[in-house]
Design a protein around this ligand. Sequence first.
Ligand code: NAP
Length: 467
Amino acid sequence: MNSHVKHSPIKTVNPFTNKIEKEFDVMTSEQVAKIIDNADVAFKSWKNTPFSKRATIIRKVASIMRERKETLGKLATIEMGKLLAESIYEVELSANIFDYYANNAAEFLADKPLDVKHGEAFLSYEPIGVILSVQPWNFPYYQITRSAASNLMAGNTMVLKHASNVPQCAQIMEDIFKEAGLPNGVYTNLFVPGRSVSAIVSNPKIKAVTLTGSKPAGSSITAAAGENVKKSTLELGGSDPFIVMADADVQEAVDVAVSGRMWNAGQVCVSPKRVIVPKSLYNEFLDKTKKAFANLVVGDPMDAATNVAPLSSEQAAVDVQKQVQKAAEQGAAVRIGGNRVDREGAFLEPTLITDITPEMDAYFEEIFGPVFMLYQYDTIDEAIEIANATEFGLGGSVFGKDTKKAVEVARKIDTGMVYINHVTGIAPELPFGGTKESGFGREQSPAGIYEFTNAKLIRTTSSDKAY
Ligand code: NAP
């Protein structure tokens, strides 16, 4: 890569300083086509490589990541600004996901016998070819891992189009795959801007596409996939509700919701974006939330004392602040924050908003930053109505001492995941994905590995006994 190219859209701009650190060339369409050709050639042998051999390589990827978690962590913090401790945690989580599929893929994809009257029938799970993976910047390693671990273990090959602001994370992962022994062509980066992705979907050698990101990117890519009759999965945005039950421990709920919302400077698809509290607890909850905000330290993401990082880019900080201003103009109460922090970097003050009504955009949209929105309810049905008011359907939480009641409420929330008494418990064995406009398909868990495999039926019997 040429580090002296000017004005490439693919570059590292450190959001702590807003300074450009490194630029990458945009690949030509000929280079992209060649990478896809190589991935297609590589598929022919990778699909026949035994699980045990694939697993050895993927376990090596995990062990290199663990060994270098500090270096990898620093790179993510430089590229997109998250706290160093969060970056390092993300590297460890990703290593665990690689190990999970290395350890379990053979069992998940073993032939599945079916009950038939005569002869035998079974499902043979087979890889389908080159997968195009399009990923966002907010978890630069974890987002790569979610689609790569399952698909590479299934025998698919992959071309990765990472977000344009995290090219060094993309590069270091390609280097690690190579160092771990992944054959040439099995996993390769495409350094291209987002707008050129839908054209890549139509390349006949791309067999399926997965995207995590925004709704506009998701609809553009699924339109291209539909036109070319290719399977797609989408993991889009969310505006997760966090319902506090009347029997909840208020201090615990406040602590979990505030730290959950400030994680990654609020740039998490499954962050508790709308905290919904019974009227009986509202004043106490608000007071305690204000106290928790007073303890937040905004600053250098490399400093262990910081707990609110800059946003991923100057533009992100500008956009989130505009959403807060619009909420205020429409009548919401901005109780704390709402301003840029008076220092260089993509900082926005941790912000607390209340009195949000269905007449306001903030009631429905996703705010991808450190903005805590507090709602109140009279009856639990009202809480559920608020929770389901957005077109998003990704995650959510219910917080309360009576777990049975909390689970009853969880069943009524229209999302792909609900966590009781905690926020987003990401783990390799838990499926991740949404419903409604948060997308379709699942990653992680056994479910993740079936998305891009062909569950082929093989039936053996004589023709006179077939039916
Ligand atoms: P974004 O703009 O959609 O970017 C995501 C990826 O899509 C990037 O690689 C981007 O490339 C690419 N892209 C942009 N426009 C595209 C287009 N028209 N066609 C195809 N690809 C395109 O998303 P973002 O706003 O940066 O990321 C934040 C969003 O992702 C939030 O809504 C968040 O909730 C969601 N998210 C969801 C999950 C989940 O699991 N559900 C996880 C993390 C984030 P460029 O960088 O080159 O533009």
